[in-house]
Design a protein around this ligand. Sequence first.
Ligand SMILES: Nc1ncnc2c1ncn2[C@@H]1O[C@H](COP(=O)(O)OP(=O)(O)OP(=O)(O)O)[C@@H](O)[C@H]1O
Ligand SMILES: [Mg+2]
Length: 272
Amino acid sequence: MKRIAFVNEKGGTCKTTLAVNLAAHFARAGRRVLLVDLDTQGHAGKSLGIDAREARPNVYDWLLDPELPVDRVARPTAIEGLDLIPANKALAEFPLAVAYDRERALRLDRRLDEGQERWDYAFIDAPPSAGLLVTTAILAATDLVVPVATTYLALDGAAEIARTVAELHQEHGRDHPRISMVVPTLYRRTAIGNEVIRKLHAHFPDVVAQTVLSQSVHLDECQSYGETIFEYAPRSKGAAMMRAIGEELLARVEGVTRGVARSAHVHAPAQA
Ligand SMILES: Nc1ncnc2c1ncn2[C@@H]1O[C@H](COP(=O)(O)OP(=O)(O)OP(=O)(O)O)[C@@H](O)[C@H]1O
Ligand SMILES: [Mg+2]
């Protein structure tokens, strides 16, 4: 099972939007996907029409209780092949509840071993800001997707993640996860937008997504309707962008390089 975490310590960079819609894309492509919400905001569930506020058992219960089987905490979604482990405010207690455990940051990594046979992929939606939950997400992952908003100061978040990953590799003596894709998001055709993309290519050669996620009203709206873009507006520009990014990610993580340019060429779609 490959495990893909969506991380950026900065808030509002489209982590959840990408985690949910790309998980749906993978499921539609026939992969069995488990989406793990690791954010107290519970937005991954909300985006799929699941109100996780009172959900029990949830990801917090699962990380705390080694006897709780994954089958009890993972629930089906409206999308065939996509299951969800929901999160809510209870998760805020996690750092305190596991303070005694020296290996606390590896709990998700170990628990996911249980899902090895049942799912092809685990997608992990990480919270904003640095801390135990983000470390937990990174250490559980084989691959990272780093969404970077194409705005002023946005590069700071991406550089921060690269540093954190390098430190964790050293601390835990491992060479994974790797940053498999950096996705420029919330793009508008402005001088700053283009400058950020240029810098991303310079900082992260080979891994910047060919398709940039432009501003899209449909992508913004679908979250509040509890639907992925593929149900909400399948023929929209937002759906086309998400499909293209999904295809690229699939090719990257499944090792198919044909059709995926290794160059730094960017196709920035027109504003949707
Ligand atoms: N392509 C887009 N165009 C316009 N708005 C978008 C787009 N993608 C996502 N949004 C909106 O931007 C906001 C932030 O997106 P999202 O929740 O995915 O970010 P996040 O990185 O998960 O945030 P957080 O750090 O709080 O977890 C949401 O309101 C979402 O609906
Ligand atoms: Mg989020």
